[in-house]
Design a protein around this ligand. Structure first.
Ligand code: MG
Length: 208
């Protein structure tokens, strides 16, 4: 069975506020929202996850809201130190994947790859997974982790989103999940954390 696997370790990385820096206001808003939502997680098993597709949605950006969000995301840059962490872990045998809640629309996909290229990490990611229309971010990311689990012996996911990190660590109890924690809100949940969930403050802490 093992010889059918592509490798020992796949690292699945969220993009915004994990590999790519986000504005302070967006970070604060998202942190609070994800903590609230992490209390409303559905009880799921990996079998309940929908199948995900690599298809790219060619429909254009729709409406002012999406155009504004797109422009804001396009200005973001890869965080300092990320390239070194990915290079180091790759040298240790890990295979990297981007796993984002950004939509799978062509414009978003292209812009995200540009940002990753500018930040010197595009070539370090084997693939980047986006989220299909109508699918919740946390569900989409978990479904991609499930796909990676069919190909690698271990899968680690790193995210700054409390809801996503909790869901993935509960679904895959034998795999590590890192939660990058900005601020102190999340500490209220520390006692409820699954044993495979680890809170960190910088991405360098994923290097054991
Ligand atoms: Mg994020």
């Amino acid at each position: 069975m093992t010889n059918m696997l592509e490798g020992e370790l796949a690292c699945s990385w969220d993009l915004d506020d994990t590999l790519i820096a986000r504005e302070a206001a967006a970070r604060a808003f998202s942190t609070v929202k994800s903590i609230v939502r992490s209390n409303e997680l559905p009880i799921l098993t990996p079998d309940d996850l929908p199948s995900v597709s690599r298809e790219i949605d060619i429909s254009p950006l729709s409406g002012r809201g999406e155009i504004f969000a797109f422009q804001r995301h396009a200005m973001r840059e890869v965080m300092p130190g990320v390239q070194e962490v990915l290079e180091y872990r790759q040298a240790m045998g890990a295979v990297h994947f981007g796993n984002t809640g950004r939509p799978n629309k062509a414009a978003w996909v292209e812009m995200s790859h540009e940002t990753l290229k500018r930040g010197g990490i595009s070539h370090l990611l084997q693939e980047v997974y986006f989220t299909q229309k109508g699918m919740k971010t946390a569900i989409s990311k978990a479904a991609w982790v499930k796909e990676l689990k069919a190909r690698f012996e271990h899968v680690e996911h790193t995210d700054d989103n409390e809801e996503t990190a909790r869901l993935i660590s509960l679904l895959f109890p034998h795999d590590k999940c890192y939660l990058i924690q900005y601020g102190f809100w999340g500490f209220a949940y520390l006692s409820k954390d699954p044993p495979n969930l680890r809170r960190i403050s910088v991405i360098q802490e994923t290097v054991a």
